[in-house]
Design a protein around this ligand. Structure first.
Ligand code: NAP
Length: 320
């Protein structure tokens, strides 16, 4: 039997490229002088796509009328119009669970770095300030006694909450609905969550529904000892409002792993001492990225073997 034709618009980790090559005819337009011409030639042939952050919108889908499945590398899939895929009968998969612990660990690391000013403290040693000026100034904030508001108590949000509980933090959460069997106080609005807490942990997905929901009003409600950690998606935060709130003392500090227009980070944020910035490294260990890559391969293999994916997104559920 001939192997199904798969498109990989952007090169992916070895584990993905090797795994796909075993089972599929893999097309790599990025290797061609004119990738668009290659994509046009393949229009009728392609039945699957493995994507890494590329936009999968109507224009992409129109190009491949025989596409059956889009396998995303990453649990967040705001790059894919999953509703449109669903309307066209195209399966969408992501890579949940295998990255949960890694991202939760990073989130806690970023929280502590931010609260205790650890990246500035490290710079103090490296630039000779310790010898020249003496002890690093005491951090103005402490982790002790903080009330952590989790925006998006899903797989990663719960793993963060579990870790934060071990640090003695009080946990609250907001999502679109109250969850059964969860004892943490639920707040029906984000504003209520921010009012009840002094630390906001953003773990909600990107997309239209969450666009800039962390705005000036929410930041004001968090208050002057407020700390914002964003491990979810940059688009959730109004970055201009955040920079203003950090500059004028409306909130105390922020730790950011994700940004609205990556890899561009607003200069207004970079100019501030009370911001810790990371280059979207939430899941970025070899171990976890390989596990994510294997799941991309497993989804495609399973689909073409059995008509069932391993981890479909809610917009394109498995047919029973
Ligand atoms: P998940 O299990 O689907 O959890 C998402 C949570 O967000 C759910 O609890 C959901 O609760 C809530 N939510 C969804 N839409 C919302 C809305 N409009 N308003 C408020 N809450 C909303 O996903 P996950 O595996 O935990 O991943 C969460 C996100 O983390 C991903 O989408 C991705 O963007 C981000 N992420 C970042 C990194 C990184 O490297 N920084 C790595 C992995 C993932 P309700 O359904 O009750 O609203």
């Amino acid at each position: 039997m001939s192997k199904p034709d798969i498109i990989v618009p952007r090169v992916m980790r070895d584990v993905v490229m090797r795994g796909l090559a075993e089972h599929f005819n893999v097309h790599k337009p990025y290797e061609a002088a004119d990738p668009f011409a290659v994509m046009a030639e393949l229009s009728q042939t392609i039945r699957g796509a493995a994507v890494l952050g590329q936009k999968v919108d109507a224009a992409f889908l129109d190009q491949f009328p025989n596409l059956e499945i889009v396998a995303n590398f990453g649990v967040g899939y705001d790059n894919i119009d999953a509703h449109d895929c669903s309307a066209r009968g195209i399966m969408v998969t992501n890579t949940p669970d295998v990255l949960t612990d890694e991202v939760a660990d990073t989130a806690i690391g970023l929280l502590i770095m931010t609260v205790r000013e650890l990246s500035a403290a490290e710079r103090w040693v490296r630039d000779g300030s310790w010898k020249a000026k003496g002890a690093f100034p005491l951090s103005k904030a402490t982790l002790s006694g903080r009330k952590l508001g989790v925006l998006g108590l899903g797989r990663i949000g719960k793993a963060i909450a579990k870790r934060a509980e071990a640090f003695g933090l009080e946990i609250h959460y907001h999502g679109r609905s109250k969850q059964k069997g969860i004892a943490f106080p639920y707040h029906a609005t984000l504003l209520d969550l921010a009012t009840a807490c002094d630390t906001l942990m953003i773990v909600a997905p990107g997309g239209e529904d969450t666009h800039h929901i962390v705005n000036a009003e929410v930041l004001k409600a968090l208050g002057p000892s407020g700390i914002v950690i964003n491990i979810g998606r940059g688009t959730v935060v109004d970055e201009a409002a955040l920079a203003e709130a950090l500059a004028d003392g409306t909130i105390h500090a922020a730790g950011l792993d994700v940004f609205e227009h990556e890899p561009n980070v607003p200069q207004a944020l970079l100019d501030l001492e009370n911001v810790v910035v990371l280059p979207h490294v939430g899941s970025a260990s070899v171990h976890t990225r390989d596990a994510m890559g294997q799941l991309v391969v497993d989804n495609l293999v399973s689909w073409f073997r059995s008509g069932r994916a391993v981890t479909s997104v809610p917009e394109t559920p498995q047919k029973s």
